[in-house]
Structures are given as structure tokens and as C-alpha cells.
Ligand binder design. Structure first.
Ligand code: B9F
Length: 125
């Protein structure tokens, strides 16, 4: 099997789209995230993301990675960690888990500030 390539357009089970750009020399990457859902009245804005691929070299065929999305319409942060899998037919999927930290007004509200979930992305382009 050939190595999994993170670069491209990906979509998850919610219909959210993300574009991952080419890896930098050091294994870092950037991109943009267009969420399909937001649970807020605010208008959804395409938001930038910054990530790290592990291992940085070319040996890993099914590498792990992490990235952070800096939402442009809310004072919250989502981090994703995941792994890129390629099957024998060359089809790639990103199996991920995420944590969403919402900005809360005070420490009394910290108990409700974190959401967690999993997400599967398939390649669109
Ligand atoms: O909806 C989030 C948000 C944070 C504070 C007000 C609105 C930002 C977008 C999160 C999108 C999540 C899902 N989309 C996706 O593709 S990231 C993980 C999921 N996968 C109200 C308070 C906290 C959340 C909603 Fe808000």
C-alpha cells in the first residue's frame, strides 16, 4: 500500500469540509475547516487550522496527526487527533477524535466547557 497523503479536500459524517494543504518541510501543515454544524445563531465562517503529522519523515504509511481549529465565529477551540488509513484499493480515511473547548464566563462553568467526539473523514478531492 502507498503512503496516506493528508493533502486535499476531506468531508466527515456531518458534512463538514476541510482542506489540508501540502506538508511543510518539518511535518507541520495548515488548512481550513468549514463546519456544517455549529449549535449557535452566529454565522458559520470558514476557519483556519494548524497541524502536525507524525512521523515527520516519509516512512510512516498510516501516519498519526493532530490539528487545532481556530474558530472565526466563536471563542472556542477544537483539537483533532487522528490517523490516516489506506486500504488495498488505495482508499484513504481519517479516523479522528476531537475535543471542543468552549469559552465560559467563569470557573464555575468549567464543568460544561468541554465536548468530545469522534469523526471519520473521507477524501473528496
Ligand atoms: O459550534 C461551535 C461553537 C463554539 C461556541 C459557540 C459555537 C464551533 C463549531 C464547532 C464544530 C464542531 C463539529 N463540527 C464538526 O465537523 S467541531 C467537532 C464537530 N465536527 C455552542 C457552544 C459550544 C458549541 C456550540 Fe459553540
Amino acid at each position: 500500500v502507498r503512503a496516506c497523503d493528508l493533502q486535499g479536500l476531506w468531508r466527515n459524517e456531518l458534512g463538514s469540509n476541510m482542506t489540508l494543504l501540502a506538508l511543510d518541510m518539518d511535518g507541520t501543515f495548515s488548512g481550513s475547516y468549514h463546519t456544517a454544524v455549529a449549535a449557535t445563531d452566529k454565522q458559520i465562517l470558514v476557519s483556519p487550522l494548524q497541524g502536525v503529522l507524525q512521523p515527520p519523515g516519509t516512512k510512516g504509511q498510516q501516519p498519526t496527526f493532530g490539528f487545532t481549529v481556530q474558530w472565526q465565529f466563536a471563542d472556542s477551540t477544537t483539537v483533532f487527533v487522528g490517523q490516516c488509513f489506506v486500504d488495498r484499493r488505495g482508499k484513504e480515511v481519517l479516523e479522528t477524535a476531537w475535543l471542543l473547548r468552549e469559552g465560559v464566563p467563569s470557573r464555575r462553568d468549567v464543568w460544561k466547557a468541554t465536548r468530545v467526539g469522534t469523526s471519520v473523514f473521507t477524501r473528496v478531492k
